[in-house]
Design a binder for this molecule. Sequence first.
Ligand SMILES: *[C@@H]1O[C@H](CO)[C@@H](O)[C@H](O)[C@H]1NC(C)=O
Ligand SMILES: *[C@@H]1O[C@H](CO)[C@@H](O)[C@H](O)[C@H]1NC(C)=O
Ligand SMILES: *[C@@H]1O[C@H](CO)[C@@H](O)[C@H](O)[C@H]1NC(C)=O
Length: 232
Amino acid sequence: MMDEASLRCAVFRTFSLLIILLISSVTLTKKESPDVYKGKRSPLEMYKKLFQEHRAIQLEAVKSIQNYGEYKQRHQLVKMTLEKLFKVISEAKVNLTLWGYIPGDPFPENTTIRDGLSKVFENTAMFGDLVLRLPDIVHSTYDKNKDWQLLLGWCYWFCKESGVFDETNGRLLHLMAQEVKLIEREENYTNPFTLESQLKQQKQRHGEKKEIKTKKKKKERKKGPQITRVEL
Ligand SMILES: *[C@@H]1O[C@H](CO)[C@@H](O)[C@H](O)[C@H]1NC(C)=O
Ligand SMILES: *[C@@H]1O[C@H](CO)[C@@H](O)[C@H](O)[C@H]1NC(C)=O
Ligand SMILES: *[C@@H]1O[C@H](CO)[C@@H](O)[C@H](O)[C@H]1NC(C)=O
């Protein structure tokens, strides 16, 4: 029988492995769909569709990190995730630079190059999910790491120029850049997941409850004299 501590440890290991798998495996079109051959869909359009599917899985993973264990365990998990994520991106960057790929170039047919691209796109997006949904934990590690900051600057530019990040993913990229201050924050920028925002929301809810209560009391008070008048 496993005791609770070793069970928790096993769960943690499995969860970490799943995340590492998610970071290092990418969406790849092994075989082109018939649509592409007929020219109905460009390889870029095809990739975007797969990217969207992978994004959905990543978002679920990040949401489960949000809900995972205690703060200390979440912190440990996020730290490990970030280390792996930036390592993969960094290697992909070296490869892409070596191969001379520039974002905005036609979407490559060569699957080795596509694999490198996917790693940058998908892991940058995943970093976006992480920093937006677990801001305090991510900042506590990321803000101290100059290499990661430089690398993310490159990622932001690379992804923005790629044509892959539109609509939802474009918004994610834009919010991520504001959260880590790669670009200036818009006046209306807030992250609802920071501890500060959460506390503010709690206070507001508390305040609203009070307001409702006092309103009720006032109404009752107003009613009061009327009743007395009737009695009189
Ligand atoms: C970089 O390229 C090498 C050689 O093609 C490959 O083995 C490696 O997996 C690539 N790394 C990444 C992160 O794409
Ligand atoms: C794909 O690109 C890599 C890196 O430039 C190259 O080594 C490889 O031979 C290419 N593969 C094909 C099938 O062209
Ligand atoms: C924030 O302001 C910018 C322009 O300054 C605007 O484009 C954006 O839609 C606003 N966002 C929200 C959530 O109101």
